[in-house]
Design a protein around this ligand. Structure first.
Ligand SMILES: Cc1cn([C@H]2C[C@H](O)[C@@H](COP(=O)(O)OP(=O)(O)OP(=O)(O)O)O2)c(=O)[nH]c1=O
Length: 206
């Protein structure tokens, strides 16, 4: 069975590292991949999450190609997309983007799609997209202004982080919580163990 020392996480997201650690998995290498995340015209959020997670994993594969140090490595990547209907919300880097996203999310349901892609040592490509339905309470002006000043929206799909203050906005969640944070743990571990990775290797007392 493969061990943790063969896992490359093609991500710079601290949340994804934390989520894997939560499941006792510590990647041997972090390889953030900078790819163009612009959605195609009228691209469905599910297809965008699939395409970007696969793109990140393939970019990491290209980066290690031919390097004997990485022979036998597994590459894991993910991409999280938030949508209201067919409308894809941006990963917010500017406060006005976050403000528009929060106004749009207020008092309604939205969906969070996370694509997960695993490339195995024999270069098999496995991918899944998991979606979670989330309903926010109606956000007051004070809620939104206070959230914006918290800065927790920075670098987050849809302008919020459910694992922080925005957890208090959620009136209903149907599906995987970890999927919203950025990596659906149940499905990711199933993918890894299904491809021969020993997901229990790190389940020792901390
Ligand atoms: C919706 C939501 C997103 N997020 C984060 C997860 C991701 O880090 C980010 C979505 O952007 P992504 O492009 O999926 O990931 P990233 O750019 O942060 O990292 P990388 O591409 O290197 O893997 O939003 C939360 O932390 N909490 C949430 O509730």
């Amino acid at each position: 069975m493969a061990q943790t020392d063969t896992l490359i996480l093609a991500s710079g997201s601290p949340r994804r590292v934390e989520l894997l650690a939560q499941a006792g998995i510590e990647p041997a290498r972090l390889m953030p991949m900078d790819i163009d995340e612009t959605p195609k015209r009228s691209e469905h959020p599910r297809s965008l999450a699939r395409r970007l997670s696969t793109g990140k994993a393939q970019a990491a594969l290209a980066a290690i190609k031919g390097d004997p140090a990485f022979a036998g490595s597994y590459i894991l990547a993910a991409d999280t997309v938030v949508s209201v209907g067919r409308r894809i919300l941006p990963k917010t880097e500017m406060i006005d983007e976050a403000s528009s996203a929060l106004h749009l999310l207020s008092g309604r349901s939205h969906r969070v799609f996370t694509g997960v892609c695993l490339i195995t040592p024999d270069r098999t490509v496995r991918q899944k997209v998991i979606d979670t339905k989330v309903r926010f309470k109606r956000l007051s002006t004070t809620d939104i202004e206070a959230y914006l000043s918290s800065g927790q929206w920075r670098g987050k799909a849809g302008g919020y982080a459910i694992q922080g203050i925005a957890g208090s906005f959620v009136v209903k969640l149907v599906g995987s919580y970890t999927n919203v944070v950025g990596l659906p743990l149940y499905e990711t571990l199933a993918l890894l163990s299904g491809e021969g990775f020993d997901v229990h290797a790190g389940w020792t007392d901390a």
